[in-house]
Design a protein around this ligand. Structure first.
Ligand SMILES: C[S@@+](CC[C@H](N)C(=O)[O-])C[C@H]1O[C@@H](n2cnc3c(N)ncnc32)[C@H](O)[C@@H]1O
Length: 260
C-alpha cells in the first residue's frame, strides 16, 4: 500500500510550540495544582476509550495487569499513563517527550500523586527527555533495563505532531514522518503492541503508515524480519455526511510479529 499524501506543515510540528505550551502549563499548575493541563482528544474521550480497550477482560491482547510494561511516546503531561495506573495497571511505565518542559511538568504531576494518600503507594511513573527521531532506541531499551523492548508502546497525538513537521531526513530527503515507524518498531518487544491514536489520519491511512512487513529503505537497525499485524481498533462514534461515513479520531493496535 502506498503512503498517504503528506500533511501541510504547521507550528504543531515544531519543538518550540511544545516547549512554550508546557512552559505555560507548568506555570498554570504552579498556581493551581488541580490544573494538570491539556488532555488531547478529550472531546472524543480518547484517553478513557484507549484505557478501556487495553483493560477489556475479553480482549485477546494477552496483557497482564500486574506486569505489562508501557512506553508512552510524546507523553506530554503523562495523563494516559496516570490514567492506566488509576485503572489498576501496575507494571513499569515510562513516558518520554522531546520537550524538556513536558518532562518537567509530568514529573511534577507524578510528585503530587506521590503525596496523595490515594496514589502514594503506587509504583511511580517514570519520565525521560527523548527525541524519538534523533535519540538512539538503545536509550529506551538496554540503557533503561528494558533490553527486550516494551509490552505496549503508546502514541496519542505524537505521530500527528510529527506528521506536521516540515523537517526532512538528511539521508533520504524525505519528510521525517516517513522514518517514524522504523524508530518505533525496535521499542516494541516481539509479540508486543503498538497502539496509535490520531486525529489527522483515518484508520485506512494509519494502516498504510504502520501495517505490514519492513518496507524498502526502512532502516530500523534490526537484522531480522518483523511486521506489524493489525489486532484491534478502538470504537468511536461515527458520523455520516453526504452519504460518507467517518470518524474524527482513530486508534489502531498493531502487534509486532517476527518472521521466522
Ligand atoms: C498532541 S501532543 C500529545 C501529548 C500526549 N500524548 C497526550 O495525548 O496528551 C504531541 C506530543 O508529542 C511530542 N513530540 C513531538 N515530536 C516528538 C519527538 N520527535 N520526540 C518526542 N516527542 C515528540 C510533543 O512534545 C507533544 O508532547
Amino acid at each position: 500500500m502506498s503512503k498517504p499524501t503528506h500533511l501541510e506543515p504547521s507550528e504543531l510540528g515544531t519543538k518550540e510550540y511544545w516547549d512554550s505550551l508546557y512552559t505555560a502549563e507548568i506555570s498554570n499548575h504552579a498556581h493551581n495544582p488541580a490544573d494538570t493541563g491539556t488532555v488531547w482528544f478529550d472531546d472524543s474521550d480518547a484517553e478513557a476509550k484507549v484505557i478501556d480497550f487495553l483493560s477489556d477482560p475479553d480482549s485477546e491482547l494477552h496483557l497482564s495487569l500486574e506486569e505489562s510494561s508501557f512506553l508512552d511516546l510524546g507523553t506530554g503531561n503523562g495523563s494516559l499513563l496516570f490514567g492506566l495506573r488509576d485503572a489498576g495497571w501496575q507494571g513499569r511505565m515510562l513516558g518520554v517527550d522531546y520537550s524538556r518542559q513536558s518532562v518537567e511538568f509530568a514529573r511534577r504531576i507524578a510528585e503530587s500523586r506521590s503525596q496523595d494518600t490515594e496514589t502514594e503507594s503506587e509504583k511511580p511513573v517514570e519520565f525521560r527527555e527523548h527525541d524519538i527521531l534523533q535519540t538512539p532506541a538503545s536509550a529506551l531499551l538496554a540503557d533503561v533495563q528494558q533490553p527486550q523492548g516494551w509490552d505496549v508502546v503508546l502514541d496519542k497525538g505524537t505521530f500527528d505532531a510529527i506528521s506536521l513537521s516540515s523537517e526532512t531526513d538528511p539521508a533520504s530527503g524525505r519528510r521525517v514522518s516517513e522514518s517514524y515507524r522504523a524508530r518505533v518498531a525496535p521499542l516494541v518487544r516481539d509479540g508486543g503492541l503498538f497502539l496509535v491514536t490520531s486525529c489527522n489520519w483515518t484508520e485506512e491511512e494509519l494502516k498504510s503508515w504502520f501495517e505490514g512487513a519492513r518496507k524498502d529503505g526502512e532502516d530500523d537497525g534490526d537484522a531480522r524480519g518483523w511486521r506489524f499485524d493489525l489486532v484491534g481498533r478502538v470504537e468511536y462514534p461515527s458520523f455520516s455526511f453526504g452519504g460518507v461515513k467517518g470518524q474524527t479520531i482513530s486508534s489502531l493496535c498493531f502487534k509486532k510479529v517476527r518472521d521466522i
